[in-house]
Design a protein around this ligand. Structure first.
Ligand code: VOV
Length: 248
């Protein structure tokens, strides 16, 4: 049996993708819409407060294309908190005008392939900040789930640890050339959701997503082992833009 890589885990993540039910929104009275919009704002304010208190983080983005209209990406200390917040939101009058279309449950994960030896993660502020990240409010988001292949000679999980480490080093080197352009948050989801990882990228230029993902396709770890789910891409949606988005 090849050796499992040690991982560090941080905050739990819920990506909650929704469509707007425009028919229901149009059919509602102005008072009903106003009430729903106020409730939405209450949630956005609450989530911002949790982030200010560093007890979690939330990012809100519109989604371009027909897969969804917007996504709430929440991070919290526990799975219970994520469940509570989604249930609370689902009971709101605003949620009644939305249609959930996709969700993803995972947890921030750092693997130890490139870990510095002798560092106690609990005492390393940089590691702690990566495990419990305040989500960037960059102009754009890109999310997709992925697996590492397990087929014939291309079985990631049968490779010696040293080979996996060499490939992850190459992966990291490519990633580093995008420092300052793309921020990645890798969340592990083995045992939590349908794929093995969620990849969430943030950037002020969506072209950086294309360049980075394309460049990685030629790198062995992605070329041989990467399997990808649906891609979701969108634009940051601060409260004032959300208000404009639901204005009819
Ligand atoms: C900004 C770009 C960027 C950078 C700097 C970066 C760096 C790194 C480092 C240093 C490490 C290893 C240590 C750790 O931190 O875990 C990783 C780990 C990982 N990555 Fe990555 N990655 C990036 C970006 C990046 C992208 C775009 C993808 C999607 C792949 C693609 O082809 O579409 C990805 C995937 C992953 C995954 C699934 C893992 C976990 C693999 C495992 O087997 O455990 N990643 N990644």
């Amino acid at each position: 049996m090849s050796e499992a890589v040690q991982t560090l885990e941080g905050w739990y993540a819920l990506h909650d993708f929704r469509l707007m039910d425009w028919n229901a929104w149009h059919a509602a009275t102005p008072q009903e819409r106003k009430h729903a919009a106020t409730e939405l704002n209450t949630f956005l304010t609450q989530w911002q407060q949790v982030e200010n208190d560093k007890l979690g983080s939330t990012a809100v983005y519109s989604i371009v294309g027909q897969k969804a209209d917007f996504v709430f990406m929440h991070m919290r200390e526990t799975l219970e908190e994520l469940n509570e917040l989604e249930n609370a939101f689902n009971k709101s009058s605003f949620a009644a005008f939305t249609i959930p279309v996709y969700s993803y449950v995972s947890i921030v994960e750092l693997s130890s392939y490139l870990a510095k030896p002798g560092v106690d993660p609990a005492q390393d502020p940089e590691l702690q900040a990566r495990l419990k990240p305040i989500l960037p409010k960059s102009k754009h988001i890109c999310f997709y789930p992925m697996n590492k292949r397990r087929e014939g000679n291309d079985n990631w999980y049968m490779l010696p640890a040293e080979d996996r480490k060499t490939m992850m080093r190459s992966h990291g080197m490519i990633g580093r050339t995008y420092a300052g352009k793309v921020k990645q948050i890798i969340t592990g989801s083995v045992g939590l959701d349908d794929w093995e990882w969620g990849v969430t990228l943030f950037s002020d230029d969506p072209l950086h997503f294309k360049k980075l993902v394309y460049e990685m396709r030629f790198d062995e770890v992605s070329a041989r082992f990467g399997e990808f789910g649906d891609f979701y891409v969108g634009n940051v949606l601060p409260p004032e833009k959300f208000a404009a988005f639901i204005q009819i």
